[in-house]
Design a protein around this ligand. Structure first.
Ligand SMILES: O=C(O)CCC(=O)C(=O)O
Length: 314
């Protein structure tokens, strides 16, 4: 065994260096076990508790609420009741703290275990979801592939999303709700629900007759990996507490998007060690390539949306 106790004995830096060498040497980077992989395949989602440590999550939340570019580039999407859901979305993962999360060995490795391809893992986009107390709007029932189909990605099994909670998410503040196993239905039709893309409610209601509705109540640092055909929604935040999270979406390089002008989706992720999130100097998000609402092909009319029944009954 090599001498791995190098560093400034007793100091915080020395300890971090020790941990990093220890993890590298023993290959202890977080990965999913076979039970978790099976659950993702069967249910369309898997929850990994404590994916990010308390300190990592605190660092990300501080940036989320303080970074000027993040706030300046936030956009509001109206839900069906006119309440606003706020998010900032960017494509290329940079040298900022969220870029370090997206690019971390643990993230890329776990995503690679779930994507249905051996091609390199690429990052499609990340978004900071900001559901403010009392005003944060709902997300209507949809599949992410309801949006991404319009980008003309060919293979849904080669895409997935990872939601990392930055604050507690619960029923009161509008946590994510999913229909267990609904990814197996395949893509259902989508129309517009407010300014969002919404799934055909006939199929959602059919799914709810036999499949379980699950409220994903999660704690800061927990990560929810979910399939792009999993039906999901979230209610408005009527509580006194914010509900913030970061959602990173990944794609296999073998999955071509024929209607997407950004290019991150075909660039293999430039990985960084897990400890970058906590210990590396982080750039501000001012260099990030943020999406403007008017440029999103998923929010454009393709001609068939109006025919869909996307309003819940009653
Ligand atoms: O953050 C939420 O409440 C829902 C977000 C969502 O459904 C999505 O980004 O696809």
């Amino acid at each position: 065994m090599p001498n791995i106790l190098i560093g400034q004995g007793g100091s915080g830096k020395g300890l971090l260096f020790f941990i990093s060498v220890f993890y590298t040497y023993f290959d202890l980077t977080m990965k999913l076990n076979s039970d978790q992989i099976n659950r993702y395949q069967k249910d369309g989602f898997v929850l990994v508790r404590g994916f990010c440590s308390e300190a990592e999550t605190r660092r990300m939340y501080e940036v989320a609420i303080q970074d000027e570019a993040m706030q300046k580039n936030a956009m509001d999407l109206n839900d069906q009741s006119g309440k606003k859901t706020r998010l900032s979305l960017w494509f290329n993962p940079g040298n900022d703290v969220f870029g370090y999360l997206t690019r971390s060995e643990k993230m890329v490795r776990c995503v690679g275990q779930l994507l249905h391809s051996d091609a390199p893992v690429c990052h499609f986009h990340s978004k900071l979801m900001q559901k403010e107390p009392k005003v944060g709007g709902a997300w209507e029932w949809h599949q992410d592939y309801g949006y991404w189909y319009k980008n003309q990605f060919m293979y849904p099994d080669q895409l997935l999303s990872v939601m990392v909670a930055l604050t507690p998410a619960n029923k009161q503040n509008g946590c994510l709700q999913v229909i267990r196993g609904s990814h197996k239905i395949g893509r259902v039709n989508h129309g517009f629900a407010g300014e969002q893309v919404g799934a055909d409610m006939v199929m959602v209601e059919n799914a709810l007759k036999t499949m379980e509705l699950v409220y994903c109540e999660i704690d800061p640092g927990d990560a929810l990996f979910f399939h792009p055909n999993l039906l999901h929604r979230s209610a408005a935040n009527l509580s006194e507490d914010p509900r913030w999270s970061i959602i990173s979406c990944f794609n296999s390089q073998s999955n071509i998007a024929y209607n997407e002008t950004s290019t991150a989706w075909k660039k293999p992720v430039d990985r960084v060690p897990d400890e970058a999130i906590l210990t590396w100097d982080a750039a501000p998000l001012s260099e990030a390539d943020f999406l403007k609402k008017e440029n999103d092909p998923a929010l454009k009319n393709t001609g068939w949306e109006e025919e869909m029944n996307v309003k819940p009954k009653g």
